[in-house]
Design a protein around this ligand. Structure first.
Ligand code: ATP
Ligand code: MG
Length: 173
């Protein structure tokens, strides 16, 4: 990531197999790392990224450093098991946003639409509607939500979200 929230300089984080714990003092950017992961997978709600508008994810400067003009995050996924239905061993999803509000998405460096990212991750449990990122309060939300809302989680896990989605898309046409 580069220019994303508190990460002005380009940095790379590696998440291996098993558990990775991120530790650090308050305000050091731990939650910004999980925000970056949700953002690159297509999160559209600025509020859920703890901001009020999408530009809030762009590094806003410090006392001795100027604000940046854009934020960019890439997530590089091992796809050797073809869990993502795209015929590449490695899948890189990139999202960039400029201060003008203009946003760009890429899959393996080719420009694409948000819709393509959404469809890529659908039924995998990852992605913005997935349950792979469990934020603070999420468990309570699941337990107290309406049964229809809870059902979406099971549909994603069962791998049937895409059929519902395609039906909706087809009905729009
Ligand atoms: P805690 O332990 O309190 O949960 P944390 O390590 O999770 O802290 P974060 O919430 O990830 O910390 O980081 C907060 C920091 O990120 C704040 O210092 C805030 O100023 C900075 N920050 C957030 N958005 C931006 C931005 N757009 N530009 C620069 N800095 C930002
Ligand atoms: Mg935090």
């Amino acid at each position: 990531m580069q220019g994303f929230k508190s990460f002005a300089d380009k940095i790379e984080l590696e998440f291996g197999k098993g558990i990775t714990a991120i530790v650090g003092p308050n305000g050091s950017g731990k939650s910004n790392v999980s925000d970056a992961i949700r953002w690159v997978m297509g999160e559209q709600s600025a509020k859920s990224l703890r901001g009020s508008k999408m530009e809030d994810v762009i590094f806003s400067g410090t006392q001795n450093r100027k604000p940046l003009g854009f934020a960019e995050v890439s997530i590089i996924l091992d796809n050797s098991d073809r869990k993502l239905k795209i015929d590449f061993d490695t899948v890189t999803v990139t999202r960039r946003v400029h201060r003008s509000g203009e946003g760009e998405y890429f899959i393996n460096k080719s420009p694409c639409r948000l819709k393509d990212i959404y469809e890529l991750f659908m039924d995998t449990g990852i992605g913005r509607e997935g349950y792979s990122v469990v934020g603070q309060g999420k468990i309570d939300e699941i337990l107290s939500s309406k049964s229809e809302d809870r059902r979406h989680i099971f549909e994603e896990a069962a791998g049937i979200s895409k059929y519902k989605y395609r039906k909706n898309e087809a009905e729009k046409k």
